[in-house]
Ligand binder design. Sequence first.
Ligand code: PAF
Length: 280
Amino acid sequence: MIPVVKTIDEVRKYVNEWRRAGKTVGLVPTMGYLHEGHRSLIVRAVAENDCVVVSDFVNPTQFGPNEDFESYPRDINADASLCEGAGASIIFNPEPEEMYDNALTTVSVAEITSGLCGKTRPTHFAGVCTVVSKLFNIVKPDRAYFGQKDAQQLCVIRKMVKDLNFDIEIVGCPIVREEDGLAKSSRNTYLSEEERQAALCLSRSLKKGRKMIEDGEHSTEKVIAAIRAEIESEKLAKIDYVEIVALDTLKPVSEINVPVLAAIAVYIGKTRLIDNFIIE
Ligand code: PAF
């Protein structure tokens, strides 16, 4: 069975041994409750590195006071089977006390964290950047793998890596979807059957928006209106945001003539789901 490592010292022992043997190391940071989306990251990491660490840690500092930290789904045994099947070398599954031993330091990225998800989750990205920096320092990987579903997170991490000179290649991987289009997410498990059906309005609305752009529409306002209308036709859905922003700055654009990210966050009942597409 794949080793499930609980301490930072133990992870370092594994990594130091691999390094002495001249091996390359990949890191796949996760919060566990792994699904096909995570599996695709691990499989890619295994293909591109000699050894792969999957971190499996529900990071308390990236949850707001009224968010779902306590109820976030956890299943380390199922995660271990998936990691082993995908070819990972070890799982790092620390307790919060191991990661945050009276820590007073945080890492935060300005500007690009204030829009999109940052509007309603003002402390989220500092929590993400802090834990990812710690994981980078613990594992010292050659490459680290993140999903494009969390597009703002990926952009923020790339910026942090550049600004802080981490010598790590950040690999962004495509969104993995269910057959009917719903983007895979650990939070999909919160959805009732009726909500699961309703959640299809996210991918459906984005498909519509993408088609409009591909057919030549340049007006952000019109594309956003069409996406909103499609979501609003679903009675269980409540929009948090629908935005089209420049891919590099994450600032809203009025005309679509640069690479853009169209990103949405929508409550289906109490569950907040995100999805997006990029037009290069
Ligand atoms: O994307 C996630 O699952 C988390 O934000 C991450 C990157 C593992 C940090 O806790």
